[in-house]
Design a protein around this ligand. Structure first.
Ligand code: FEO
Length: 401
């Protein structure tokens, strides 16, 4: 049965939710599911903005048919070719053979690569072009690498509606309201929105900044992303744009320490917990994570969130323990930068993790080491405890300044 929701006058939400998918993009756990959003504008012409993942195709086609109400589909605007939004493209053009596909050259090439699609009935647009659909004009804004190279956005000029592709999306299925102003977004979605941002487009801060500059010139009243809720209240949009500005500049969102440890038999954990306690005694907020049990997508997001970061790892096969090595590799891949950091290592006969972590982290942009690396030899002793306290004092001093 259709489940169409009116967004604004003549604009309808046609998307659906997947709460069964374990790993988004085969990589990111989504225990709260995800929504795949698509929208239909019914002006003198009818315009579909993107399609959906095949997981929600049934409700999507029912929604589309219902929202069209017997009218033909005139335009399909394709903003992004990742299959979570394009998997049902071919079925749309086969179901509505007169539809004109509006997109850019890179999307058009990918359509032919993904599908046995003739390429007929395609109108190519570029930055600054617009499409008249009756009472409204839709302008096109290219947004390469937010999140793939072909990505574009579109803007309904008369209504101030931005169709933002992946940008401003989030993990987390929608249930009940689809509007951010009717949800406890900060309580229920912000952690997932941050994790979505840093894991999906975190590497491309410069490109996100470029899109934010274009967005600043638009009188945006509503943002319709491809995942997560619709934004329609001015102060909420300003708040969320502010988050994107902070995130894409690689600036910390909060002052505080995130302490990541990789421990095999609990002694590195013991050192990390002592450091956590010593920081708390000095008034520094701390979050601890065992990197062997928390998914790396969460760790990545938390690393970007805080101003200070501690890596504590045991030595393993003359290297850094596997889960910490994996985290460092992921941080590097996402352009992690601009943080104060400190190190702790453990090793029973030849501690090496500290030096190797420092070699890795010091190559990232604008990273500043605080204090001396604390070395634990098998287990924490009184003299090690003194060194942990000294490290806590060095971090606290920097935090307070
Ligand atoms: Fe939601 Fe890049 O696709």
């Amino acid at each position: 049965m259709q489940n169409v929701i009116e967004v604004t006058k003549d604009l309808y939400y046609l998307g659906g939710n997947d709460r069964r998918l374990a790993l988004f993009e085969s990589a990111f756990p989504i225990p709260r599911g995800v929504s795949y959003n698509s929208y239909l504008l019914t002006d003198e012409k009818t315009v579909l903005f993107d399609t959906v993942d095949s997981a929600v195709s049934e409700v999507f086609f029912e929604n589309l048919s219902h929202a069209l109400g017997g009218r033909k589909l005139d335009y399909l605007i394709v903003h992004h070719m990742e299959p979570d939004h394009s998997a049902t493209f071919l079925r749309v053009v086969e179901t509505y053979p007169e539809v004109m596909v509006i997109t850019n050259q890179k999307v058009a090439m990918m359509l032919k690569n993904y599908f046995p699609f003739s390429g007929k009935n395609v109108r190519l647009v570029k930055e600054g072009d617009s499409l008249n659909v009756g009472k409204r004009n839709i302008a096109f804004v290219l947004a390469p690498m937010v999140h793939w190279p072909e990505v574009m956005m579109s803007f309904v000029q008369e209504d101030g509606i931005l169709f933002s592709a992946d940008a401003f999306g989030t993990f987390g299925a929608l249930g009940g309201s689809i509007f951010a102003d009717e949800l406890p977004f900060e309580r229920d979605f912000l952690d997932d929105a941050r994790r979505y941002y840093f894991n999906i487009v975190g590497k491309y801060g410069a490109q996100v900044q470029s899109v934010l500059k274009k967005a600043a010139g638009l009188p945006i009243k509503t943002i319709c992303p491809l995942h997560g809720p619709v934004w329609r209240r001015g102060e909420d949009i300003a708040w969320y744009l502010g988050k994107y500005d902070t995130w894409s500049k690689y600036l910390p969102e909060e002052r505080g320490v995130v302490l990541f440890y990789a421990s095999v038999y609990g002694h590195t954990q013991n050192a990390a917990e002592i450091l956590g306690l010593e920081l708390a005694k000095r008034g520094v907020p701390v979050k601890l994570y065992d990197v062997s049990v928390t998914h790396v997508s969460v760790l990545l997001s938390e690393a970007f969130r805080f101003s200070h970061i501690v890596f504590a790892a045991t030595t393993y096969n003359n290297g850094i323990f596997i889960s910490m090595e994996n985290l460092l590799s992921d941080l590097k891949a996402h352009n992690f930068q601009g943080r104060k950091y400190a190190l702790m290592e453990n090793g029973s006969w030849s501690p090496q993790a500290g030096g190797l972590m420092e070699k890795t982290v010091s190559e990232w942009k604008n990273m500043e080491k605080l204090g001396e690396t604390v070395t634990v030899t098998s287990s924490v002793k009184e003299e090690t405890r003194g060194k942990i306290e000294a490290l806590a004092a060095a971090i606290a001093e920097d935090y307070k300044n």
